[in-house]
Design a protein around this ligand. Structure first.
Ligand code: LAG
Ligand code: CA
Length: 502
């Protein structure tokens, strides 16, 4: 059925328009409305890390540090190849991939759960493979571009017929974005009940193995009504994290996907990086008359998943990645110190070739990797070396800060030179200095007067019986004084007072 949509810039209109259009395709309205998951703590995306290694990470580092959840790479059978992105070309719904077997996946979920860490799996449900020739998947399943025996056949795909290539060529067209092919990937007809049922079956299978929820890969490329029709069939409380890359002026906007779950807010990382590079803080312009933050073009805080970078942006638009070690720490400190959204720290591996996959054995399985002993960024990584961001002292320290401050508001910021800092109402103070020159910030705070241990340099256990492991900062007379050498950050919180001098 042809769908036409006149240009509209008003999101409310678009939501209505989509509902009307979906109604035209005679899909029953979803009866049960999925409640977005409870607000959770910070997560970490462990890109292309095998299940056995994630289980070890949960026990050794993530649980103790207070990470609430892990976002994994896709667990489904995929095409064979060395590139990381083979993971995004599903061949079947079997949980058997270069990252591990079904048994290993289930064991990871159980071990992480026992360590207090939930698993969110990356679910590739918009499309299947993009190869024009027939092949055999990682677990041995034979397939063709539009034929996946026992799962999907030629009748289960959109063939948009809008451009000769069949690909999405115009992101200004809702119909192209959702019904045409994303880089030649066979686009599932997610309006079809048969396709939806198979997808629900796959997601239910993941849930039966204990996952807390899923990242919906390429959600923007599926009508929000189609995604809702699928996820509304899952048990209540299932976490849904929709990936909808915000593009200015595009018809499909993240706000359409907030009714049934959380959404990755791509604008956040873009806004965060900008002043770190320029040293120009635009804080005052972000506040309204009531002194509340105005985050233009951000989804509501309780629906937002925020990140400094992810596996796509570190290979694309992101300017501050592990390749800029010091600034990367500062960006993560700001994100974990902020009061907006649910943060997810990113941890991958070093690369020069954007396609390069994780280090692998001869049979194509990704190799186990340990982050033991890694406490910060290194100056020069070897290709394939894991960045281990979750183990960095500053990151673990900021996880403690994030837990200690809870959901109290971020107060107006203070600048000095390139440096910038702010209070989290009565519970903590955080500051960054992206410039070369040392700066001293005097930040108003209602924290009790006293000495506090810096958790950025001292980590989560910054306070010891004898003093602080890292820097010490003073709060006196309603002001926290933070002296910051160039390219450093600092954070103090209410639960990390320095011990009384003996
Ligand atoms: C995503 N979110 O919407 C993933 O986060 C992103 O990593 C995926 O792209 C994309 N959508 C599809 O799931 C990745 C790579 C692409 C790769 C694609 C399929 O960034 O480069 O395309 O996965 O594996 C590759 C080639 C293309 C080719 C295509 C089909 O780069 O040139 O047309 O495969 O063979
Ligand atoms: Ca689609």
């Amino acid at each position: 059925m042809p769908r036409t949509l006149t240009v509209a810039t008003f999101t409310g209109f678009l939501v209505t328009a989509v509902a009307v259009l979906a109604g035209c395709s005679a899909q029953p309205a979803p009866t049960e409305h999925v409640e977005p998951g409870e607000a959770t703590g910070a997560g970490v995306q462990l890109f292309q890390l095998p299940w056995t290694s994630i289980a070890d990470e949960c026990e050794q580092t993530l649980g103790p540090a207070g990470f609430a959840w892990v976002l994994t790479s896709p667990p489904n059978e995929h095409i064979v190849g060395e590139q990381w992105w083979t993971s995004y070309q599903p061949v079947s719904h079997r949980i058997e991939s270069r990252l591990g077997t079904r048994e290993e996946f289930a064991d990871m979920v159980a071990r992480c759960d026992a360590a207090g860490v939930e698993i969110v799996a990356d679910a590739v449900i918009n499309h299947m493979t993009g190869q024009n020739t027939a092949g055999t998947g990682f677990a041995g399943t034979a397939f063709e571009h539009y034929d996946y025996p026992g799962l999907y056949g030629p009748g289960d795909f959109h063939y948009c017929g809008l451009a000769a290539s069949g690909d999405i060529e115009d992101y200004g067209s809702r119909e192209q974005v959702q019904d045409c092919e994303l880089v030649n990937l066979a686009d599932l007809d997610t309006s079809s009940e048969a396709v939806r049922a198979k997808t629900v079956g796959y997601l239910d299978d993941l849930l039966s193995l204990g996952v807390a929820g899923v990242r919906v890969d390429a959600a923007k490329h599926m009508a929000a009504d189609d995604v809702e029709a699928i996820v509304s069939q899952l048990p209540g409380g299932t976490r849904i994290l929709s990936e909808v890359i915000r593009g200015a002026g595009e018809p499909v906007q993240p706000e359409e996907y907030t009714g049934f779950g959380d959404v990755f807010e791509f604008t956040y990382g873009r806004d965060l990086a900008q002043p770190l590079q320029s040293g120009v803080w635009s804080d005052p312009t972000l506040r309204d008359a009531d002194d509340e933050y105005v985050r233009a073009q951000h989804v509501p805080s309780d629906r937002a998943i925020v990140f400094v970078d992810n596996h796509d942006t570190e290979r694309g638009e992101a300017k501050i990645t592990y390749k800029r070690g010091d600034l990367y720490v500062l960006a993560n400190v700001l994100m974990l110190g902020d009061d907006y959204g649910t943060p997810v720290v990113y941890s991958g591996y070093a690369f020069t070739d954007r396609d390069a996959g994780p280090r692998a054995d001869e049979d194509g399985r990704a190799q186990d990797a340990s982050c033991a002993g890694v406490d910060g960024p290194v100056d020069a990584y070897e290709d394939g070396e894991r960045t281990c961001v979750q183990s960095w002292t500053a990151i673990r320290g900021m996880l403690a800060f994030h837990d200690a401050v809870g959901d109290v508001h971020r107060m107006p910021g203070v600048e000095s030179g390139d440096a910038y800092g702010f209070e989290r109402a009565g519970r903590g103070v955080v500051a960054v200095n992206p410039g070369e020159a040392a700066e001293t910030l005097e930040i108003p705070t209602t924290m009790p007067a006293g000495d506090y241990c810096d958790v950025v340099s001292g980590g989560p256990d910054a306070t010891t019986e004898d003093g602080c492991r890292g820097a010490v900062f003073i709060v006196d007379d309603g002001v926290a004084t933070l002296k910051l050498p160039g390219r450093t950050a600092a954070a103090i919180h209410i639960d990390a007072a320095a011990p009384p001098a003996s």
